[in-house]
Design a protein. Structure first.
Lengths: 351, 530
């Protein structure tokens, strides 16, 4: 050995383990911050309007956020791989319409409805997956195209009709509460988020998504199947968007030819607010959920403060921009420059 | 060793434009990033008509000095003094207007724009009256400018199609076209072949004779001694030695750089397999043929190359940049598609297989450009190391990776490869170049390969880490690995290889074994003479 032999190569497992908690805490910090922001929004709104702090209203906020949360969850898979899916809203719309008509006109029950919604989502998601993962189109172009196709198909499928009679047995899921303020739908959908989080953190597929999002070239050379990973993220985005369609029916008890047209941005906003980076490789499943709750709480608060609904899209847009700005200034800019601080080596003993 | 003392040429003057001579000094500079002090009270003076070399290990602060002087960073304390006048806080374009230009480590040109457009970037000439771009006039002056730096290409060529060496020359031309008198080079020669480096030195000599102020950073002590009129040695952010040409020996420099004496480059270490101190490698270095490449072609860079590597053998692939060495490795490893020929690893055909299949068959490839196609910079060491063996990690219920066991594996591998880090949870970008490279070696060794292709394993790595990487390579070969080392530094190959192939224009043009591997013989082969 030639130099600094006395330097300790890598520290003991125990020290490493204690560090792991630091890292885990940092990783969760964004979620904690957003949760704090939600509490602040609720506190202020309650001060202005005491009805805001009622079981019915809090429950409404949760139920409302689940729709976007599912979209954001799917979107997160795509964004973690450094992609983007602009068609999730339209996929949700297609699912809501197709499933809605089955329920309304054919008396379909909830179980089959969920399966049908998932199937519609997967099929439409496959469209994106083929375009991005196989044809290798830039995701923004591919999914803008499919967004246009799918939202156009919504008109074809509805053919001038709309879904407006969903039986109470189904819509009650969004209204009934298990505890004050906690709707059944929130509890029923939590497992999806838990499974998604486990997949992302602890499976080969999940880890491959992060690697591809971080550096696709390095990932490919490390033997990670880049295109297959990307392909699957779009299928999963489709799957969750299809499920979002079913949740949408439960929550709003209806669907029309324009359902979902404005929800793409909400999904991206929720994922961004929850800490998933547009530049890939950073973020997680619970960020999507907490980001959606924040979005929903803020928009509800605005209407309690007598801000007209027409301001809502503008509000979402501002939140997206704020999330991106905070990400690029506070976070780590992903420039490939080497102009970072000279590497310090505090662990090396000085000769 | 002499301390620089002030024989000012024009500092008593008024600093008028006409009197600018390019005497540029950093005085007592201190700089910290995130509470880590990277420069402490550093004073360096660059004088007109001189080439001033900054040397030091990775992380010693050399690049930071030049970046401060070029306005990319701002000093926390101390001042920058140009021709006797203290400068206000600079940004890079203000520095350029004062005649200071930094040629970055990797040239930052617009790859799709032409040579001319790159040269005139931000200052395209326009025709009077119409305001349209005066292409003809620019192309004409471009020819003159680029040929004055020894670059002979069509001004309409896209900059991305130039070689690295040519891109550096173009950066120089850009500095000159802006009328810069002070030109800094941040490790200009590390990606260059000896031949191209020589050409760059010719240019530097010429600019020096024209009275320009030149500063450069290098790892290669030979060239520092060859071209530097003045040498400043940095260690851990402080100046530890200053010298004029010829006053320091190579050993003095090394001692100053690392604070102790090294016994590197002792060629006698390896006097043929078996007889050297290289521990376990057995007589003849022969095991079964592990890598067998037959007539592999992927034109135009790879034209029918045949290479064999046996277990326990370290084989070199010598060649200039652009000779097809890296392309050959990429063709083996499934990054480029082969047109003809076959690749076998341990008797199994993997011609044209994807990296995943190559890795599973026992072939790994340490890429040439570690920053762009090796590391995940923001990710911790553990995940960097296990990226290539995700499917093989220990699991719970056959599905969920067990992070603690994963981390243990990563830590063991890091220890074997002598990675120096606070923990395996540290982000890869916080490591020095040498440690990043060792962590990548750990990644590949975790894959339990039979054949390792190492492309420039010691590039951008300081001298101590370099020796340690050689030792790791020798140890791995001793354990039965077949190693193919690609390098443009002949010295490295001579130091470590049992056998060397020479590549020229995508063909194997020669093969040397044991004591026949000499700088002269190799040097002849790689330039295609003989």
């Amino acid at each position: 050995m030639t130099m600094a032999k006395d330097a300790e190569p890598v520290v003991s497992a125990r020290q490493a383990a204690s560090r792991r908690w630091d890292v885990a805490w940092l990783g969760r910090r964004r979620e904690v911050l957003v949760a704090a922001a939600v509490i602040i929004v609720i506190a202020i709104s309650t001060a202005v309007h005491s009805y805001f702090w009622s079981s019915a209203n809090i429950s409404f906020i949760f139920a409302d956020s689940i729709v976007v949360a599912f979209l954001a969850l799917g979107e997160s898979f795509v964004m973690l791989g450094r992609g983007i899916d602009l068609s999730v809203g339209a996929i949700m719309g297609m699912s809501a319409i197709i499933v809605g008509f089955r329920i309304q006109n054919h008396g379909m029950t909830l179980g089959p409805a969920i399966l049908l919604g998932a199937a519609v989502g997967i099929v439409l998601g496959l469209g994106n997956a083929l375009l991005v993962g196989v044809t290798r189109l830039p995701p923004i172009i591919a999914t803008l195209g499919t967004f246009s196709v799918y939202s156009g198909l919504e008109f074809v499928v509805t053919n001038g009709n709309q879904v407006d009679t969903i039986p109470n047995s189904i819509t009650n899921l969004g209204v009934n509460t298990v505890l004050p303020g906690v709707p059944v739908i929130l509890i029923a959908t939590l497992p999806f988020f838990i499974v998604a989080a486990l997949v992302l953190r602890y499976t080969t597929f999940g880890r491959s998504i992060y690697a591809v999002g971080d550096d696709a070239e390095a990932a490919y050379r490390a033997g990670i199947p880049v295109q297959r990973t990307l392909f699957l993220t779009y299928v999963i985005a489709g799957l969750f968007s299809g499920l979002a369609g079913v949740v949408f029916l439960i929550h709003t008890s209806g669907a029309s030819s324009t359902t979902g047209n404005t929800d793409n941005l909400s999904a991206i906003a929720a994922a961004l607010i929850g800490g998933t980076a547009l530049t890939g490789g950073r973020g997680g499943a619970f960020g999507a959920l907490i980001g959606s709750v924040f979005l929903s709480a803020t928009l509800t608060a605005l209407s309690y403060l007598h801000v007209s609904d027409v301001w809502q899209p503008a509000g979402v847009g501002v939140l997206v921009l704020l999330a991106v700005i905070s990400d690029s200034s506070g976070g780590r800019p992903r420039l490939r420059r080497r102009s970072r601080p000279a590497r310090s080596r505090p662990w090396r003993s000085r000769p | 060793m002499t301390e620089p003392d002030g024989e000012h040429r024009s500092s008593s003057g008024t600093g008028l434009l006409a009197e600018r001579t390019g005497d540029y000094e950093a005085r007592g500079i201190t700089k910290s990033f995130d509470e880590v002090t990277v420069l402490r009270d550093v004073t360096v003076r660059f004088r007109p008509g001189e080439v001033h070399a900054l040397v030091g290990e990775n992380g010693a602060g050399k690049s930071t000095v030049l970046k401060l002087m070029a306005g990319i960073y701002h000093p926390d304390a101390g001042s920058l003094v140009l021709d006797g006048q203290p400068l206000p806080a600079l940004n890079p374009s203000q520095a350029q207007r004062r005649g200071i230009y930094l040629v970055p480590q990797e040239p930052r040109l617009m790859p799709d724009l032409s040579v001319t457009e790159n040269l005139y970037l931000g200052a395209l000439r326009t025709r009077r009256g119409t305001g349209t771009v005066a292409w003809r006039a620019m192309y004409d002056t471009t020819e003159g400018l680029i040929s004055s730096v020894g670059l002979r290409v069509d001004p309409r060529t896209a900059a991305g199609r130039l070689s690295l060496a040519q891109q550096q020359l173009l950066e120089c031309a850009r500095a000159l076209s802006h009328g810069c008198r002070i030109i800094f080079f941040d490790e200009p020669t590390s990606p260059l072949t000896a031949h191209d480096a020589e050409k760059l030195f010719e240019l530097m000599n010429q600019l020096r004779s024209e009275g320009l102020t030149l500063g450069f950073i290098s790892h290669r002590l030979e060239e520092v001694q060859e071209i530097g009129d003045r040498i400043t040695v940095l260690r851990d952010g402080a100046v530890v030695a200053r010298a004029e040409r010829g006053t320091l020996t190579r050993d003095d420099l090394i001692r100053a750089m690392i604070g102790r004496q090294l016994t590197v480059m002792s060629r006698s270490r390896r006097s043929g397999p078996g007889s050297g101190p290289g521990e376990t490698r057995e007589s003849g270095g022969t095991g079964a043929v592990m890598l067998n490449v037959d007539q592999l072609s992927s034109p135009p860079q790879v034209n029918g190359m045949s290479v064999q590597v046996r277990a326990r053998e370290i084989v070199g692939l010598a060649g200039l940049v652009g000779s097809g060495r890296t392309e050959f490795a990429e063709t083996i490893f499934g990054i480029r598609a082969p047109v003809s020929g076959t690749v076998q690893v341990a008797g199994r055909d993997i011609t044209g297989a994807s990296p995943r299949k190559c890795i599973d068959a026992g072939l790994v490839y340490l890429a040439e450009d570690r920053g762009r196609s090796g590391i995940f910079a923001d990710v911790d060491i553990t995940r960097n190391e296990t990226a290539a063996i995700l499917p093989r990690l220990p699991r719970l219920a056959g599905i969920f990776i067990r992070p603690r066991l994963e981390q243990e594996r990563a830590r063991d591998a890091a220890q074997r490869m002598d990675v120096r880090a606070s923990s395996v949870g540290a982000a890869m970008k916080t490591l020095s170049g040498g440690n990043q490279q060792k962590a990548l070696l750990a990644r590949w060794m975790l894959a339990e390969p039979r054949v390792a292709v190492l492309d420039e394993p010691t590039r951008g790595v300081d001298i101590g880490a370099k020796e340690s990487i050689y030792q790791i390579i020798e140890k791995l070969a001793g354990e039965g690995l077949a190693v193919l080392v690609i390098s443009s530094e002949l010295e490295d190959l001579i130091r470590v290889c049992d056998r060397v192939y020479a590549v020229y224009e995508g063909r194997i043009v020669g093969e040397l074994t044991g004591p026949d591997i000499t700088p002269d013989a190799l040097g002849q082969l790689v330039v295609g003479a003989s």
